[in-house]
Design a protein around this ligand. Structure first.
Ligand SMILES: Nc1ncnc2c1ncn2[C@@H]1O[C@H](COP(=O)(O)OP(=O)(O)O)[C@@H](O)[C@H]1O
Ligand SMILES: [Mg+2]
Length: 331
């Protein structure tokens, strides 16, 4: 494989709160390669956003971050604030669930894209940047882009706003796009359209993408690889086929049972019983143990290590090698 674009090595993120340390991301290790789409999936509260924000250094002040994060070999956690700001927006851009958090309500959409372009390259004239803004809005499927560029964010529908935010995110040709629940706030038809735009844009620009979502169903046609997160840890990492058809992890299997299957033939959806644990006082051993159909005494003893179960495929479960037989027995 070619050299990784982003390398995250043993990243830990904790929040100092009155009640104690909330350990929101633990021992997170992964890479993103140029041009690939890596999906990060897990129930709400599993630490997906916290991981993305920490590696972009956008976390709040009370945050304890350790580990090593490299972008093209450059040390993101220790570079100067100035260098980090230049990296964000230039090399790495983020798309959030709510475009209103990234857009300024008092400026026209086109002007905001102009600003994004000119902050990073002041040699571009306002006129050139405006023309580029209109082109970008066209690329993401905003109709009548010339007229729409002069409008304000509140004049856009939710789906159009999300398209505009994608336009803003790609304005400086980032090598990596981090999209955090980019379609969660939208209704289902619009969700599909925005996902399609993200794909087209990603294919057109050749950028890599980290696609964060709680919706495993969304990633089937949208990613090259998937990593599944639970209670602050990565539980399983693999290609789409490995995760959907050859999962070696009980949490992933439970997640798969809880979503409609791709051809819609599944008779019954089974929600995962129980709730994710508190990150203030997680259970000993495997954090999924209290909800796991395959839990045994050994699971309480220690946090399972990451086990390599195939090419590009890793799982955190001490019973990984027994699962094939166990699944047969219980179903
Ligand atoms: N600033 C904060 N202070 C304390 N806890 C936080 C803070 N931000 C997030 N958390 C906690 O970290 C955990 C992971 O959150 P998050 O990454 O947002 O989850 P998600 O996977 O839904 O994106 C949650 O339990 C959340 O309550
Ligand atoms: Mg989130």
């Amino acid at each position: 494989m070619s050299d990784a674009l982003l390398t995250v090595d043993h990243l830990n993120v904790g929040f100092a709160t009155k009640a104690g340390i909330v350990q929101a991301a633990t021992d997170i290790t992964f890479e993103i390669y140029p041009g690939e789409v890596l999906a990060v999936v897990g129930e709400s509260g599993s630490g997906k956003s916290v991981t993305a924000l920490a590696l972009m250094r956008l976390h709040p002040d009370n945050t304890i971050v350790t580990g090593d994060v490299r972008f093209e070999g450059r040390d993101l956690l220790n570079m100067s604030d100035r260098e980090m700001r230049a990296t964000r927006g230039n090399d790495i851009a983020m798309i959030f669930q709510d475009p209103m958090t990234a857009m300024n309500p008092v400026f026209a959409v086109g002007d905001q894209i102009v600003e994004t372009i000119r902050v990073h390259d002041s040699s571009v004239s306002k006129q050139e940047a405006w023309t580029k803004s209109v082109d970008l809005l066209k690329l993401v499927g905003v109709p009548e882009p010339k007229r729409r560029a002069s409008q304000y964010p509140h004049e856009y529908s939710g789906g159009m706003r999300q398209r505009a935010m994608i336009a803003m995110a790609i304005a400086n040709d980032p090598k990596l796009l981090i999209a955090d629940e980019p379609t969660t706030a939208l209704d289902v038809t619009v969700q599909a359209q925005v996902m399609e735009v993200l794909h087209e844009v990603q294919a057109e620009t050749g950028s890599a993408m980290m696609l964060i979502t709680h919706d495993l169903g969304l990633v089937a046609g949208s990613a090259d690889r998937v990593q599944v997160m639970y209670a602050s840890r990565l539980m399983e990492t693999g290609t789409i086929d490995q995760i959907f058809y050859e999962s070696q992890n009980p949490y992933t299997m439970a997640l798969l049972d809880s979503i409609p299957d791709l051809d819609g033939l599944k008779e019954q959806l089974e929600p995962i019983p129980g709730n994710p644990p508190s990150l203030l006082n997680p259970p000993s051993g495997c954090a999924f143990r209290p909800r796991c159909a395959f839990a045994a005494d050994v699971c309480a003893a220690e946090v399972p290590a990451r086990v390599r179960v195939g090419d590009q495929h890793e799982s955190r479960c001490v019973r990984t090698h027994e699962l094939e037989t166990l699944v047969g027995v219980t179903s």
